[in-house]
Design a protein around this ligand. Structure first.
Ligand code: C5P
Length: 302
């Protein structure tokens, strides 16, 4: 009698939203990409990706923002999986199911986090370490924000996104994320900076932009004070592309208890930071009531 092979159960991973707490543009490289220095955190709100091991690689997308995610065939989950498989012949894969909750083209790395979750799932299924060279290479090839999403913990990101630092031990932050439900594509925002290849970026004060200093803050209040000295250099060009971002920032700054309001990534999602979860929840309720068309979520960032 032949014993049946033990079935491998469905594997699942969360794909949390990434939030750029600060994003400094340093210049534009010869390859056309922009050199960045960014402090990246991850939110409690996430997409969810499942993998049912099997002979055929496939993807089904479901959930509140599934239709905005575009054709399944073009999804970053499949692109990451195909790249990983090309780098690792014989890689076992299967059928992915993505529960899409995060807004798409929103500056919170939804697609990149989904791709990173796919790589983590494939690494688990194939008994490979999450930092196996093929995982890192597949992440780099799939998109600039994918490497930092591989280990979704607060840390620094440099270069065009290919260089990531170790997780930083800092207090978690209480935040509200707001997206005006305007999809913003990344290339036009970078293009609106107007930098030639090889050019350095000057801040609004005319000074050469400096990298973000990795914070070493003893407590949450000190961390927020330190973050207030930093910026997102893509805010102004993103507002040119999508003026609704300015409305979101103004509404957030006017919210009771908001200590800092800033845009994430290339927009349009903005975040506000609050002293505690009650203040964040209260502000989220008020913003949602005042702007029923906006996507508003209280969440923790870590
Ligand atoms: O790497 P990814 O495909 O996510 O980048 C999308 C686009 O964003 C690039 O084609 C480029 O126009 C722009 N980009 C950039 N500099 C970066 C990251 C992205 O100019 N560091």
């Amino acid at each position: 009698m032949r014993l049946a092979e033990p079935a491998v159960a469905m594997l699942t991973e969360r794909a949390p939203a990434k939030v750029n707490l600060a994003l400094h543009v340093l210049g534009r490289r010869a390859d056309g990409y922009h050199a960045l220095s960014s402090l990246v955190a991850f939110a409690g709100i996430a997409d969810r990706l499942a993998l049912a091991p099997g002979p055929t690689l496939s993807l089904t997308v479901d959930g509140p923002t599934a239709t905005a995610a575009g054709p399944d065939d073009d999804n970053l989950v499949l692109r990451a999986a195909r790249t990983f498989a090309a780098l690792s012949p014989g890689l076992r894969a299967g059928a992915f199911t993505l529960l899409k909750r995060l807004p798409v083209a929103a500056g919170i790395g939804g697609g990149s986090s989904d791709a990173a979750a796919a790589l983590r799932l494939l690494a688990r299924l194939n008994d490979l370490a999450p930092d196996h060279p093929a995982v890192l290479e597949a992440a780099r090839c799939t998109g600039s924000d994918v490497p930092v999403c591989l280990v979704p913990r607060l840390r620094m990101m440099e270069g065009a996104g290919e260089t990531v630092g170790p997780p930083l031990a800092l207090p978690p932050l209480f935040a509200v994320l707001v997206n005006p439900r305007v999809a913003v594509e990344t290339p036009p925002v970078f293009a609106a900076l107007g930098l030639e290849r090889g050019a350095m970026f000057a801040t609004t004060t005319g000074r050469q932009s400096a990298p973000v200093d990795a914070p070493a803050a003893p407590d949450r209040a000190a961390l927020i004070t330190m973050l207030a000295t930093l910026r997102n250099d893509l805010e102004a060009p993103a507002i040119q592309v999508a003026p609704a971002i300015a409305d979101v920032l103004a509404a957030m700054r006017a919210a009771t208890g908001c200590r800092l309001a800033r845009m994430s990534g290339s927009g349009a999602t903005c975040f506000g930071l609050f002293d505690d979860c009650h203040a964040a929840a209260k502000a989220a309720r008020a913003l949602a009531a005042e702007h029923p068309g906006w996507w508003v979520k209280p969440t923790m960032l870590r």
